[in-house]
Ligand binder design. Structure first.
Ligand SMILES: Cc1cc2nc3c(=O)[nH]c(=O)nc-3n(C[C@H](O)[C@H](O)[C@H](O)COP(=O)(O)OP(=O)(O)OC[C@H]3O[C@@H](n4cnc5c(N)ncnc54)[C@H](O)[C@@H]3O)c2cc1C
Length: 305
């Protein structure tokens, strides 16, 4: 799809082009843009440019408020009594702060996942913690001599990013083989994003220590000020969200609560690009629910027409 032709507040046709250079215009009563969390913004930016701004006249937020879920290995935990935490032999557990903790710590949401270590790695963690905390060392060694099985776990996290105007998709000078500008992504962590992951880890550490259920070892980069995400490993979740955000108001977003472009009566957007905020959870279930709701909406428009 390389262009959307608009007239009097409705799109009349979409132009499709193939790699051989052939193009076709498709007419339809309704159009749904469902090209993914970067392409939705890229194509609408391009189509709006081609339509001299008539597709999305209020385009201040087009491509803006783009979000991902930063991912990183954030530390290790030693659980003294795994059963007291509901942890059995095999698990893949997610922890996240509740609403009260989010409010009191002034953070966004965050999902921490525990991956159980093998016996050797757990022993290394015990030795490291014993060295760092001599008063704890005696107890750890006594428990081990008594045959207590403690669990070491690697902690991986995915956390919410705040919607920021500055994080955006824009058209680059480089074009693809169909002549459409490629996208350029501007994506940075904010102070609140960084505060969220550090506070979430500190909260878990406090919980383990205050209840004497274990100890946490923060990844080195989390102890730095300001916190900088490590440049290796998995940095994000391939969750592309925002760019065509939903809003009640055309000045604040690109689609209305029905996922329809404000200025066009018959063009809709499906996908996580309509998210106005993102929580920490994977996006696809939510975007599928929104797509199903959009189907119902279109169905009712078609039957009432
Ligand atoms: C490796 C990986 C792992 C993931 N794991 C998870 C997970 O565990 N949980 C989760 O919730 N999400 C996960 N995601 C994210 C998930 O894939 C997306 O949220 C989901 O696919 C988005 O669905 P969509 O239909 O909006 O977009 P897409 O699945 O991206 O589909 C868009 C479609 O539009 C087509 N298209 C694009 N441009 C054009 C154009 N110009 N003309 C015509 N067609 C076009 C594309 O070819 C594609 O078929 C993962 C993503 C990746 C890459």
């Amino acid at each position: 799809m390389v262009a959307l032709e608009t007239l009097d507040g409705a799109v009349t046709s979409a132009t499709f082009k193939n790699y051989a250079g052939d193009s076709r215009q498709v007419r339809a009563r309704y159009f749904v843009m469902a090209c993914g969390g970067i392409e939705n913004s890229r194509l609408l930016l391009w189509c709006n440019q081609q339509a001299n701004g008539q597709l999305i006249p209020q385009d201040a937020t087009l491509g803006r408020y783009w979000m991902e879920h930063p991912h990183a290995t954030v530390g290790k935990a030693l659980m003294f009594e795994p059963a007291a935490l509901g942890l059995e032999d095999e698990y893949n557990v997610f922890l996240s702060p509740d609403a009260q903790a989010i409010a009191s710590r002034q953070i966004l949401n965050c999902g921490l996942r525990l991956h159980r270590m093998n016996t050797e790695a757990t022993q290394t963690l015990v030795d490291e913690l014993a060295e760092q905390a001599p008063t704890l060392a005696g107890r750890l060694h006594t428990w081990q001599a008594q045959g207590r099985v403690m669990h070491g776990a690697v902690l991986r996290a995915a956390w919410e990013q705040e919607p920021r105007y500055d994080n955006h998709i824009e058209l680059s000078d480089d074009v693809d083989s169909l002549g459409v500008p490629r996208s350029r992504l501007v994506w940075q962590q904010s102070d609140l994003d960084r505060h969220t992951i550090r506070e979430s880890m500190l909260m878990l550490g406090e919980y383990l220590r205050e209840n004497d259920l274990g100890r946490l070892q923060l990844a080195d980069w989390l102890a730095e000020t300001p916190v900088q995400l490590p440049s290796d490993g998995e940095l994000a979740g391939r969750h592309h969200m925002g760019g065509t955000r939903m809003s009640l108001d055309a000045e604040q977003g690109i689609v209305n609560p029905d996922c329809r472009l404000f200025a066009q009566d018959n063009v809709y957007v499906a996908g996580s690009s309509v998210f106005a905020s993102v929580g920490h959870a994977n996006p696809t279930l939510t975007l599928v629910q929104l797509a199903l709701r959009l189907c119902d909406h279109l169905d009712s428009r078609l039957t009432s027409a």
